[in-house]
Design a protein around this ligand. Structure first.
Ligand SMILES: C[S@@+](CC[C@H](N)C(=O)[O-])C[C@H]1O[C@@H](n2cnc3c(N)ncnc32)[C@H](O)[C@@H]1O
Length: 393
Protein backbone atom coordinates (compact mmCIF):
# COMPACT_ATOMS: atom_id res chain seq x y z
CA UNK A 1 0.00 0.00 0.00
CA UNK A 2 2.93 2.35 0.54
CA UNK A 3 3.47 2.64 -3.22
CA UNK A 4 -0.16 3.65 -3.61
CA UNK A 5 0.15 6.36 -1.05
CA UNK A 6 3.33 7.61 -2.71
CA UNK A 7 1.61 8.08 -6.08
CA UNK A 8 1.90 11.85 -6.69
CA UNK A 9 -1.48 12.03 -8.46
CA UNK A 10 -3.70 10.70 -5.69
CA UNK A 11 -3.82 9.81 -2.03
CA UNK A 12 -5.78 7.11 -0.21
CA UNK A 13 -8.44 8.48 2.09
CA UNK A 14 -11.09 6.94 4.32
CA UNK A 15 -14.45 8.30 3.10
CA UNK A 16 -17.54 7.97 5.24
CA UNK A 17 -19.86 5.26 3.92
CA UNK A 18 -17.46 4.24 1.14
CA UNK A 19 -14.38 2.78 2.87
CA UNK A 20 -11.10 3.84 1.32
CA UNK A 21 -11.09 5.89 -1.86
CA UNK A 22 -8.55 7.65 -4.04
CA UNK A 23 -8.50 11.43 -4.03
CA UNK A 24 -6.70 13.55 -6.65
CA UNK A 25 -3.81 15.21 -4.83
CA UNK A 26 -3.22 17.64 -7.70
CA UNK A 27 -5.22 18.66 -10.73
CA UNK A 28 -5.17 15.95 -13.37
CA UNK A 29 -5.40 16.53 -17.12
CA UNK A 30 -7.83 14.65 -19.37
CA UNK A 31 -6.14 11.48 -20.64
CA UNK A 32 -3.39 11.53 -18.02
CA UNK A 33 -2.37 8.08 -16.79
CA UNK A 34 -3.36 7.92 -13.14
CA UNK A 35 -2.18 4.42 -12.46
CA UNK A 36 -0.46 1.48 -14.07
CA UNK A 37 -0.81 -1.56 -11.85
CA UNK A 38 0.39 -5.17 -12.16
CA UNK A 39 -1.78 -8.03 -10.89
CA UNK A 40 -0.95 -10.01 -7.78
CA UNK A 41 -3.08 -12.85 -9.05
CA UNK A 42 -4.59 -13.87 -12.40
CA UNK A 43 -6.73 -16.86 -13.25
CA UNK A 44 -8.57 -18.17 -16.27
CA UNK A 45 -12.21 -17.25 -16.74
CA UNK A 46 -12.77 -20.20 -19.05
CA UNK A 47 -14.09 -23.41 -17.55
CA UNK A 48 -11.73 -26.36 -17.89
CA UNK A 49 -12.88 -29.13 -20.19
CA UNK A 50 -11.90 -32.69 -20.95
CA UNK A 51 -11.28 -31.76 -24.62
CA UNK A 52 -7.88 -30.57 -25.86
CA UNK A 53 -8.95 -26.96 -26.45
CA UNK A 54 -11.11 -25.15 -23.87
CA UNK A 55 -14.33 -23.78 -25.29
CA UNK A 56 -15.96 -20.49 -24.34
CA UNK A 57 -19.54 -20.25 -25.53
CA UNK A 58 -18.72 -23.05 -27.97
CA UNK A 59 -15.74 -21.17 -29.48
CA UNK A 60 -12.15 -22.49 -29.05
CA UNK A 61 -10.41 -20.24 -26.57
CA UNK A 62 -6.71 -20.84 -26.42
CA UNK A 63 -4.39 -18.59 -24.52
CA UNK A 64 -1.20 -18.74 -22.52
CA UNK A 65 -1.81 -19.94 -18.96
CA UNK A 66 0.81 -17.51 -17.68
CA UNK A 67 0.40 -14.21 -19.56
CA UNK A 68 -3.09 -14.89 -21.03
CA UNK A 69 -2.05 -13.74 -24.51
CA UNK A 70 -3.88 -15.43 -27.36
CA UNK A 71 -1.89 -18.41 -28.66
CA UNK A 72 -1.19 -18.90 -32.30
CA UNK A 73 -1.64 -22.45 -33.63
CA UNK A 74 2.07 -23.31 -33.48
CA UNK A 75 2.57 -22.75 -29.74
CA UNK A 76 3.06 -26.03 -27.97
CA UNK A 77 4.71 -25.38 -24.64
CA UNK A 78 2.72 -27.66 -22.37
CA UNK A 79 3.28 -27.83 -18.65
CA UNK A 80 4.07 -31.55 -18.63
CA UNK A 81 3.13 -34.67 -20.48
CA UNK A 82 0.43 -35.54 -17.90
CA UNK A 83 -1.31 -32.22 -18.41
CA UNK A 84 -1.08 -31.39 -22.10
CA UNK A 85 -4.04 -29.01 -21.78
CA UNK A 86 -2.12 -26.32 -19.93
CA UNK A 87 -0.43 -24.30 -22.65
CA UNK A 88 2.14 -21.53 -22.57
CA UNK A 89 3.12 -19.11 -25.31
CA UNK A 90 6.88 -19.49 -24.75
CA UNK A 91 9.45 -21.47 -22.74
CA UNK A 92 9.91 -18.32 -20.64
CA UNK A 93 6.21 -18.10 -19.70
CA UNK A 94 6.29 -21.81 -18.92
CA UNK A 95 9.25 -21.53 -16.56
CA UNK A 96 7.88 -18.38 -14.86
CA UNK A 97 4.55 -20.16 -14.29
CA UNK A 98 6.08 -23.40 -13.01
CA UNK A 99 7.86 -21.39 -10.31
CA UNK A 100 4.83 -19.30 -9.35
CA UNK A 101 1.25 -19.62 -10.59
CA UNK A 102 1.45 -23.17 -11.98
CA UNK A 103 3.23 -25.14 -9.27
CA UNK A 104 2.87 -28.95 -9.16
CA UNK A 105 0.01 -28.51 -6.65
CA UNK A 106 -1.85 -26.11 -8.99
CA UNK A 107 -1.29 -28.48 -11.90
CA UNK A 108 -2.75 -31.40 -9.95
CA UNK A 109 -5.61 -29.27 -8.59
CA UNK A 110 -6.59 -28.06 -12.08
CA UNK A 111 -6.70 -31.65 -13.28
CA UNK A 112 -9.05 -32.51 -10.40
CA UNK A 113 -11.26 -29.52 -11.31
CA UNK A 114 -11.27 -30.63 -14.92
CA UNK A 115 -12.35 -34.13 -13.94
CA UNK A 116 -14.88 -33.18 -11.27
CA UNK A 117 -18.27 -33.44 -12.89
CA UNK A 118 -20.17 -31.99 -9.93
CA UNK A 119 -18.64 -28.54 -10.58
CA UNK A 120 -20.76 -26.48 -12.95
CA UNK A 121 -18.87 -23.87 -15.07
CA UNK A 122 -19.40 -21.07 -12.50
CA UNK A 123 -18.15 -23.21 -9.63
CA UNK A 124 -15.21 -24.36 -11.75
CA UNK A 125 -14.12 -20.75 -12.21
CA UNK A 126 -14.50 -20.00 -8.50
CA UNK A 127 -12.52 -23.17 -7.74
CA UNK A 128 -9.79 -21.97 -10.14
CA UNK A 129 -9.66 -18.68 -8.24
CA UNK A 130 -9.37 -20.46 -4.86
CA UNK A 131 -6.58 -22.68 -6.19
CA UNK A 132 -4.71 -19.56 -7.39
CA UNK A 133 -5.30 -17.78 -4.07
CA UNK A 134 -4.21 -20.66 -1.83
CA UNK A 135 -1.20 -21.20 -4.09
CA UNK A 136 -0.36 -17.49 -3.68
CA UNK A 137 -0.35 -18.00 0.08
CA UNK A 138 2.41 -20.56 -0.38
CA UNK A 139 4.53 -18.92 -3.09
CA UNK A 140 4.15 -15.25 -2.16
CA UNK A 141 2.94 -14.68 1.40
CA UNK A 142 3.31 -10.89 1.03
CA UNK A 143 1.02 -10.82 -2.04
CA UNK A 144 -1.42 -13.07 -0.17
CA UNK A 145 -1.46 -10.54 2.69
CA UNK A 146 -2.13 -7.80 0.11
CA UNK A 147 -5.05 -9.84 -1.20
CA UNK A 148 -6.40 -10.20 2.33
CA UNK A 149 -6.06 -6.46 2.89
CA UNK A 150 -8.48 -5.66 0.06
CA UNK A 151 -12.06 -4.79 0.78
CA UNK A 152 -14.44 -7.75 0.74
CA UNK A 153 -17.25 -8.59 3.09
CA UNK A 154 -19.35 -11.61 2.19
CA UNK A 155 -22.41 -10.03 0.56
CA UNK A 156 -25.72 -11.36 1.86
CA UNK A 157 -26.32 -12.83 -1.58
CA UNK A 158 -23.28 -15.11 -1.33
CA UNK A 159 -24.55 -18.64 -1.27
CA UNK A 160 -23.32 -20.25 1.98
CA UNK A 161 -23.91 -23.81 0.77
CA UNK A 162 -21.88 -23.14 -2.38
CA UNK A 163 -19.06 -21.63 -0.34
CA UNK A 164 -18.96 -24.67 1.96
CA UNK A 165 -19.02 -26.99 -1.02
CA UNK A 166 -16.10 -25.12 -2.61
CA UNK A 167 -14.20 -25.14 0.68
CA UNK A 168 -14.52 -28.91 1.06
CA UNK A 169 -13.54 -29.37 -2.57
CA UNK A 170 -10.34 -27.33 -2.01
CA UNK A 171 -9.69 -29.19 1.25
CA UNK A 172 -9.88 -32.48 -0.68
CA UNK A 173 -7.01 -31.19 -2.86
CA UNK A 174 -4.74 -30.82 0.21
CA UNK A 175 -3.70 -27.18 -0.31
CA UNK A 176 -0.17 -26.14 0.67
CA UNK A 177 0.01 -25.88 4.45
CA UNK A 178 2.63 -23.14 4.63
CA UNK A 179 0.25 -20.71 6.31
CA UNK A 180 -2.07 -20.97 9.24
CA UNK A 181 -5.74 -20.40 8.89
CA UNK A 182 -7.13 -22.58 6.11
CA UNK A 183 -10.79 -22.53 7.06
CA UNK A 184 -14.30 -22.11 5.61
CA UNK A 185 -14.22 -18.49 6.86
CA UNK A 186 -11.01 -17.78 4.96
CA UNK A 187 -12.45 -19.40 1.83
CA UNK A 188 -15.60 -17.23 2.17
CA UNK A 189 -13.47 -14.10 2.66
CA UNK A 190 -11.34 -14.91 -0.39
CA UNK A 191 -14.42 -15.43 -2.56
CA UNK A 192 -15.80 -12.07 -1.41
CA UNK A 193 -12.51 -10.32 -2.16
CA UNK A 194 -12.50 -11.86 -5.60
CA UNK A 195 -16.07 -10.78 -6.32
CA UNK A 196 -15.51 -7.22 -5.18
CA UNK A 197 -12.06 -6.58 -6.60
CA UNK A 198 -11.37 -8.73 -9.66
CA UNK A 199 -11.18 -7.05 -13.07
CA UNK A 200 -11.99 -9.02 -16.22
CA UNK A 201 -9.36 -9.17 -18.95
CA UNK A 202 -11.68 -9.28 -21.91
CA UNK A 203 -11.64 -11.25 -25.14
CA UNK A 204 -11.23 -8.92 -28.14
CA UNK A 205 -14.32 -6.93 -29.05
CA UNK A 206 -16.50 -8.39 -31.80
CA UNK A 207 -19.70 -6.50 -32.55
CA UNK A 208 -21.48 -9.73 -33.52
CA UNK A 209 -20.71 -11.64 -30.33
CA UNK A 210 -21.40 -11.19 -26.66
CA UNK A 211 -18.17 -10.02 -25.06
CA UNK A 212 -16.63 -12.60 -22.76
CA UNK A 213 -13.94 -12.50 -20.11
CA UNK A 214 -10.71 -14.34 -20.85
CA UNK A 215 -9.14 -14.10 -17.42
CA UNK A 216 -9.63 -12.33 -14.12
CA UNK A 217 -6.93 -10.27 -12.44
CA UNK A 218 -6.66 -8.71 -9.00
CA UNK A 219 -4.67 -5.48 -8.70
CA UNK A 220 -3.61 -4.15 -5.30
CA UNK A 221 -3.90 -0.45 -6.11
CA UNK A 222 -6.64 -0.42 -8.74
CA UNK A 223 -8.81 -2.22 -6.17
CA UNK A 224 -9.01 1.02 -4.21
CA UNK A 225 -11.06 2.87 -6.83
CA UNK A 226 -14.64 3.35 -5.73
CA UNK A 227 -17.54 3.29 -8.17
CA UNK A 228 -19.44 6.17 -9.72
CA UNK A 229 -22.11 5.83 -12.42
CA UNK A 230 -20.54 8.90 -14.09
CA UNK A 231 -16.88 8.03 -13.63
CA UNK A 232 -14.07 10.52 -14.12
CA UNK A 233 -11.55 7.79 -14.98
CA UNK A 234 -11.65 4.53 -16.90
CA UNK A 235 -9.42 1.55 -17.27
CA UNK A 236 -7.69 0.11 -20.31
CA UNK A 237 -6.06 -3.27 -20.76
CA UNK A 238 -4.03 -4.50 -23.69
CA UNK A 239 -3.63 -8.19 -22.93
CA UNK A 240 -2.60 -9.26 -26.45
CA UNK A 241 0.04 -6.55 -26.79
CA UNK A 242 3.68 -7.70 -27.25
CA UNK A 243 6.24 -7.21 -24.50
CA UNK A 244 6.26 -7.37 -20.73
CA UNK A 245 3.45 -6.48 -18.35
CA UNK A 246 0.65 -7.17 -20.84
CA UNK A 247 -1.75 -7.94 -17.97
CA UNK A 248 -1.22 -4.51 -16.38
CA UNK A 249 -4.26 -2.32 -15.94
CA UNK A 250 -3.95 1.32 -17.00
CA UNK A 251 -6.32 3.91 -15.55
CA UNK A 252 -6.66 7.24 -17.37
CA UNK A 253 -8.60 10.40 -16.61
CA UNK A 254 -11.67 10.78 -18.84
CA UNK A 255 -11.65 14.56 -18.41
CA UNK A 256 -9.82 17.09 -16.25
CA UNK A 257 -10.09 16.27 -12.54
CA UNK A 258 -9.60 19.04 -9.98
CA UNK A 259 -7.41 18.53 -6.93
CA UNK A 260 -9.41 17.09 -4.02
CA UNK A 261 -12.00 15.26 -6.15
CA UNK A 262 -12.41 11.51 -5.67
CA UNK A 263 -11.25 9.46 -8.67
CA UNK A 264 -13.82 6.80 -9.54
CA UNK A 265 -14.32 4.09 -12.13
CA UNK A 266 -17.60 2.58 -13.25
CA UNK A 267 -17.68 -1.10 -12.26
CA UNK A 268 -19.68 -1.97 -15.41
CA UNK A 269 -20.60 -0.35 -18.74
CA UNK A 270 -21.81 3.19 -18.21
CA UNK A 271 -24.91 2.70 -20.39
CA UNK A 272 -26.61 0.33 -17.95
CA UNK A 273 -29.95 1.56 -16.69
CA UNK A 274 -30.68 2.62 -13.12
CA UNK A 275 -32.34 -0.63 -12.00
CA UNK A 276 -29.57 -2.87 -13.40
CA UNK A 277 -26.86 -0.69 -11.88
CA UNK A 278 -28.43 -0.65 -8.45
CA UNK A 279 -29.09 -4.39 -8.53
CA UNK A 280 -25.49 -5.22 -9.47
CA UNK A 281 -24.01 -2.82 -6.90
CA UNK A 282 -26.15 -4.21 -4.11
CA UNK A 283 -25.80 -7.89 -5.00
CA UNK A 284 -22.10 -7.96 -5.82
CA UNK A 285 -20.68 -4.96 -3.96
CA UNK A 286 -23.09 -4.59 -1.03
CA UNK A 287 -23.98 -0.89 -1.37
CA UNK A 288 -26.69 1.38 -2.70
CA UNK A 289 -25.29 3.94 -5.09
CA UNK A 290 -26.10 7.55 -4.28
CA UNK A 291 -24.07 9.23 -6.96
CA UNK A 292 -25.35 12.38 -8.72
CA UNK A 293 -26.59 10.35 -11.67
CA UNK A 294 -28.53 7.91 -9.49
CA UNK A 295 -30.09 10.78 -7.55
CA UNK A 296 -31.51 12.06 -10.85
CA UNK A 297 -32.44 8.72 -12.40
CA UNK A 298 -34.24 7.43 -9.31
CA UNK A 299 -37.01 9.87 -10.31
CA UNK A 300 -37.19 8.70 -13.90
CA UNK A 301 -40.21 6.74 -14.95
CA UNK A 302 -39.60 3.41 -16.64
CA UNK A 303 -40.25 4.77 -20.12
CA UNK A 304 -37.54 7.41 -19.58
CA UNK A 305 -35.09 4.58 -19.04
CA UNK A 306 -35.70 2.92 -22.36
CA UNK A 307 -32.88 4.86 -24.02
CA UNK A 308 -30.49 3.73 -21.30
CA UNK A 309 -31.01 -0.04 -21.47
CA UNK A 310 -27.84 -2.06 -21.58
CA UNK A 311 -29.18 -3.96 -24.54
CA UNK A 312 -30.67 -1.02 -26.39
CA UNK A 313 -27.79 -1.55 -28.83
CA UNK A 314 -27.94 1.67 -30.78
CA UNK A 315 -26.00 4.15 -28.76
CA UNK A 316 -25.43 6.31 -31.80
CA UNK A 317 -29.14 6.84 -32.23
CA UNK A 318 -29.44 7.51 -28.53
CA UNK A 319 -26.70 10.12 -28.79
CA UNK A 320 -28.52 11.83 -31.66
CA UNK A 321 -31.73 12.04 -29.67
CA UNK A 322 -29.76 13.22 -26.66
CA UNK A 323 -28.37 16.11 -28.67
CA UNK A 324 -31.94 17.31 -29.18
CA UNK A 325 -32.73 16.69 -25.54
CA UNK A 326 -29.76 18.68 -24.35
CA UNK A 327 -31.01 21.58 -26.39
CA UNK A 328 -34.45 21.46 -24.77
CA UNK A 329 -33.67 20.12 -21.30
CA UNK A 330 -33.82 23.07 -19.00
CA UNK A 331 -35.45 21.39 -16.00
CA UNK A 332 -32.42 19.33 -14.93
CA UNK A 333 -34.04 15.94 -15.71
CA UNK A 334 -30.98 14.86 -17.63
CA UNK A 335 -28.00 16.90 -16.50
CA UNK A 336 -25.60 14.10 -17.42
CA UNK A 337 -26.60 13.84 -21.09
CA UNK A 338 -23.28 15.50 -22.00
CA UNK A 339 -21.45 12.42 -20.67
CA UNK A 340 -23.21 10.09 -23.08
CA UNK A 341 -22.50 12.33 -26.04
CA UNK A 342 -18.87 12.89 -25.26
CA UNK A 343 -17.62 9.81 -23.52
CA UNK A 344 -19.78 6.86 -24.59
CA UNK A 345 -18.56 4.91 -27.62
CA UNK A 346 -21.05 4.78 -30.46
CA UNK A 347 -19.60 1.68 -32.13
CA UNK A 348 -22.39 -0.86 -32.58
CA UNK A 349 -22.80 -3.13 -29.52
CA UNK A 350 -19.73 -1.64 -27.82
CA UNK A 351 -20.86 0.40 -24.81
CA UNK A 352 -17.26 1.35 -24.01
CA UNK A 353 -16.09 4.59 -22.44
CA UNK A 354 -13.87 7.09 -24.24
CA UNK A 355 -10.84 8.73 -22.69
CA UNK A 356 -8.28 10.93 -24.45
CA UNK A 357 -4.91 9.43 -25.25
CA UNK A 358 -2.33 10.54 -22.68
CA UNK A 359 -1.17 14.13 -23.25
CA UNK A 360 2.41 12.79 -23.17
CA UNK A 361 1.76 10.95 -26.45
CA UNK A 362 1.62 14.30 -28.21
CA UNK A 363 -1.85 13.71 -29.66
CA UNK A 364 -4.37 16.41 -29.00
CA UNK A 365 -7.99 15.49 -28.53
CA UNK A 366 -7.78 11.88 -29.74
CA UNK A 367 -10.24 9.73 -27.83
CA UNK A 368 -9.72 5.97 -27.34
CA UNK A 369 -12.52 3.53 -26.52
CA UNK A 370 -11.65 1.18 -23.67
CA UNK A 371 -13.71 -1.67 -25.19
CA UNK A 372 -13.41 -1.66 -29.01
CA UNK A 373 -10.16 0.32 -29.07
CA UNK A 374 -11.39 2.70 -31.79
CA UNK A 375 -9.63 6.07 -31.93
CA UNK A 376 -11.53 9.21 -32.88
CA UNK A 377 -10.73 12.86 -32.98
CA UNK A 378 -12.87 15.18 -30.92
CA UNK A 379 -13.93 16.76 -34.20
CA UNK A 380 -15.35 13.47 -35.37
CA UNK A 381 -17.19 12.92 -32.10
CA UNK A 382 -18.70 16.37 -32.43
CA UNK A 383 -19.99 15.25 -35.85
CA UNK A 384 -17.69 17.38 -37.93
CA UNK A 385 -15.23 14.82 -39.29
CA UNK A 386 -15.26 11.48 -41.11
CA UNK A 387 -16.79 8.60 -39.16
CA UNK A 388 -14.21 5.93 -39.96
CA UNK A 389 -12.00 6.62 -36.99
CA UNK A 390 -8.35 7.49 -37.32
CA UNK A 391 -5.43 5.17 -37.76
CA UNK A 392 -2.53 5.26 -35.35
CA UNK A 393 0.60 3.08 -35.51
C1 LIG B 1 -13.10 -2.36 -5.15
S1 LIG B 1 -13.55 -1.88 -3.54
C2 LIG B 1 -13.16 -0.17 -3.54
C3 LIG B 1 -12.27 0.23 -2.39
C4 LIG B 1 -12.93 0.11 -1.03
N1 LIG B 1 -13.73 1.29 -0.74
C5 LIG B 1 -11.90 -0.11 0.06
O1 LIG B 1 -12.08 0.42 1.16
O2 LIG B 1 -10.94 -0.85 -0.15
C6 LIG B 1 -15.29 -1.96 -3.69
C7 LIG B 1 -16.05 -1.64 -2.43
O3 LIG B 1 -15.95 -0.26 -2.12
C8 LIG B 1 -17.19 0.25 -1.63
N2 LIG B 1 -17.69 1.24 -2.60
C9 LIG B 1 -17.27 1.44 -3.86
N3 LIG B 1 -17.92 2.44 -4.45
C10 LIG B 1 -18.82 2.90 -3.56
C11 LIG B 1 -19.81 3.92 -3.58
N4 LIG B 1 -20.01 4.67 -4.66
N5 LIG B 1 -20.56 4.10 -2.46
C12 LIG B 1 -20.38 3.33 -1.35
N6 LIG B 1 -19.45 2.34 -1.27
C13 LIG B 1 -18.67 2.13 -2.36
C14 LIG B 1 -18.13 -0.95 -1.55
O4 LIG B 1 -18.05 -1.47 -0.26
C15 LIG B 1 -17.53 -1.91 -2.56
O5 LIG B 1 -17.84 -3.25 -2.29
Amino acid sequence: MSETTSNPLFKVKEIEGRGRGLIASQSVKAGQILLRDSPILTYSAVPLQDGAVPLQDGVPSNFCSNCFRRLDGSSANTCNSRSPKTLFCSPNCRSVALASSHTPWVCQALNCIRNCHSLNPDLQIQAQFLVSAYNLAAVSPSDFQLLLSLHGESPSTQNAAETLFLHSFIASLSPPQSFAGFSPELTAALLAKDKQNAFGLMQPFDKDKERTVRAYAIYPKASLFNHDCLPNACRFDYVDIAGDRNTDIIVRAIHDIPEGQEICLSYFPVNWNYADRQRRLLEDYGFTCQCDRCKVEVNWKEEDEEGMEEDNEDVEQMADSLEDEIAVEEDGDFPHAYFFLRYLCDTENCGGTLAPLPPSEGTLDVMECNVCGRLRSQEEIDGEGSSDGIMMD
